[in-house]
Write a protein that binds this ligand. Sequence first.
Ligand code: MEV
Length: 298
Amino acid sequence: MGFGRGKVILLGEHSVVHGYPAIAVGIERGVHAQAAPGNRDLLRLDPWALEIEPDPEADEPLARAFAAVLDTYAERPPLEVDARVELPAGAGLGCSAAIGVAVLDAIDGALGRSRSREELGEAALAWEEVFHGNPSGIDNTMSAVGGVAWFRRGEPLRALDANKPLHLVVGFSGVSSSTKEMVSSVRRQLEQDENRVRQTFDGIETLVRNAKLAIEAGDLIALGQLLDLNHTLLSSLMLCTTKLDAMCQAARAAGALGAKMTGAGGGGCMFALAPKREEAERLREVLGDDAFVAEVSA
Ligand code: MEV
């Protein structure tokens, strides 16, 4: 059985595309996939009832991504892959990367090929590139490797030693967004007003560096404040929606140590940092029916 996990970017999304560091965690929800030789190449995606044939020229990105992944295997029989997706799509939790990692992992299993989780993550970049032209690589890497990690584009993932478990509560704003469009919007702002956007990225980098120290020291109060500040800087790049802001406010009012949007923004998910396990359950009720608790340790 192949598996690709979802991820939550704690701090540093968007600036990470431009070479700045970010911190992310892998979550237990993700995508499970199974592959077996069949009559033709086919990818079935549950619960969406989708059947995808690989086609490098198709309008459907899943067909192009499946073709890109199959292309990386030199000799193979036709393969049927069944994937079960447990993540909302277009919600900032790395759904597309998790499908790519799970599919590759399942095909490796069917062909008796073994490689490290890091290599699997690298291979899944071919899949991610179809979905947005300029992925930093954080989603596919975290999907394969997991844990609590420091990521900088082009460098190996660095595991962080979290002094305390992190109790995260993830809430979905109910609106999907396109990572490609959100990344393009930031790139346009960078082209039009480089000074302002670079200053914002520098500010985010300072928050990421301090968050690393807070995670390693187990200082959850400091980490929560840094999350709030990162949310504000992402708002200044016009990535937050009224709904995401309201959800973050509601979580803070209900006792969260901090809250921010996560992933590409423009919709998608936010998360709150709960002081303790029991309080995470209470925050989950505040954040709506789709909310879930993600426990993360080193
Ligand atoms: C998307 O999960 C994270 C972004 O920073 C894009 C990327 O890093 O490729 C918005």
